[in-house]
Design a binder for this molecule. Structure first.
Ligand code: NAD
Ligand code: MG
Length: 359
């Protein structure tokens, strides 16, 4: 088993990574837990619910299952309330522990419910998508969407443990694997050139979910995200570099309509565009841009940006939170493994976007 320790002002906790880890869920349950709320959705529960429940039952504590409908469309206030309904109806008290078993949607909602139920109860993340294992379950951002914006309501709230079972990835659709791998290579690009090169060498093993390769990729991703978050839990500075490729990616997601491309797919393509922008403004070599493009394609992400029209691209990117005095700011990589965050000359951005129109 691999363990990554996360240290933040808001809490310190271990991330355990291993094949079959779901069966050991009881190990991280606090002894004084009075009951357990297991939050999941029908898709995940059908595959892994019984194993998780059986593992939790080993604690001898009462396990209450709370089922939420599956999908980003349900990451909302009404669905969040189902968690509170379930916990109150079952009279769970402040010493109950919530376990979020699922992808990023379940993790974000379960975490936010834990942050606010009786002003805060402990919770455990059991992420079941690759994206959730390498990204959303680490760092303490929790929340729900509002009709006027994604992730607009939420809290920073750290779990007591993250339990990652690499076996569960076997049932994920290939597109979800590609989307998760996009966030994996992102860590290499912004902070660890050696890890990026390792991903290039092991891309076939990663796509095939080779146990050793995928375990290492998850472990390294968690270490790198944990490092960034430990420096800047509440995103006042360094944490922004985690958004590499995301300003372009968000424009793709909203420009095409949410759900058309998966978030990670849009980020994969967005990282190629951000690399092109970095070449124009920050000295990234042409050879490095091609390495980014080749690896994004090799993990299975689309690398040809959709033709939204340059003006529409810019309009969509301005909605993103990263503007300063009206000028768009971008995470750029002067070289692979190092990131900066700055505003760019509008002409350079237009050159990158005009290329999208020609693609
Ligand atoms: P998701 O939770 O919607 O899961 C994708 C699909 O896979 C769902 O249908 C889910 O039921 C299914 N699924 C989950 N595990 C499975 C398994 N093992 N086998 C088969 N199917 C499985 O999507 P996601 O990509 O995991 O997460 C996206 C969400 O995460 C977004 O809401 C996003 O805002 C959030 N997010 C949060 C953070 C953060 O820091 N908190 C970071 C990134 C993303
Ligand atoms: Mg992301």
């Amino acid at each position: 088993m691999s363990t990554v320790q996360v240290e933040t002002p808001g809490g310190s906790y271990p991330i355990h990574i291993a094949a079959g880890r779901l069966d050991a869920l009881a190990e991280s349950m606090p002894d004084d837990a009075t009951a357990i709320a297991l939050v999941s959705n029908p898709t995940v529960y059908a595959q892994y619910g019984q194993r998780a429940s059986q593992a939790l039952a080993k604690t001898g504590k009462r396990v209450v299952y709370i089922e939420l409908p599956d999908g980003e469309a349900y990451k909302d206030w009404q669905t969040l309330n189902l968690i509170f309904d379930g916990m109150l109806q079952n009279r769970l008290d402040r010493k109950a522990v919530l376990v979020a078993l699922g992808g990023g949607v379940i993790g974000d909602m379960g975490g936010f419910a834990a942050a606010s139920y009786m002003r805060g109860i402990r919770f455990i993340q059991a992420p079941t998508t690759l994206l959730a294992q390498v990204d959303s379950s680490v760092g303490g951002k929790t929340g729900i969407n509002h009709p006027l914006g994604k992730n607009m309501i939420g809290a920073f709230y750290q779990p007591v443990a993250v339990e990652i079972d690499t076996d569960v990835l076997a049932t994920l659709p290939a597109r979800e694997i590609a989307a998760g791998l996009a966030e994996v290579i992102k860590y290499g690009l912004i902070i660890d050139a050696g890890f990026f090169a390792w991903c290039e060498e092991h891309v076939d093993a990663l796509r095939a979910l080779d146990p050793q390769a995928i375990t290492y990729a998850i472990q390294r991703s968690c270490e790198l995200k944990a490092y960034v978050v430990s420096q800047d839990e509440r995103e006042s500075g360094l944490r922004a570099i985690l958004n590499f490729g995301h300003t372009f990616g968000h424009a793709i997601e909203s420009g095409l309509g949410y759900g058309e491309w998966l978030h990670g797919e849009a980020v994969g393509c967005g990282m190629v565009q951000a690399a092109e922008l970095s070449a124009l403004t920050s000295g990234l070599s042409a050879e490095s841009v091609e390495r980014v493009r080749a690896l994004a394609a090799a993990i299975g992400c689309p690398v040809r940006p959709p033709d939204l029209g340059t003006d529409r691209w810019i309009e969509l990117m301005q909605v993103d939170k990263k503007t300063e005095g009206g000028r768009l700011r971008f995470v750029l990589i002067p070289e692979i493994g190092r990131a900066t965050f700055e505003s760019v000359p509008p002409e350079a951005l237009r050159r990158v976007l005009d290329k999208a129109a020609l693609a």
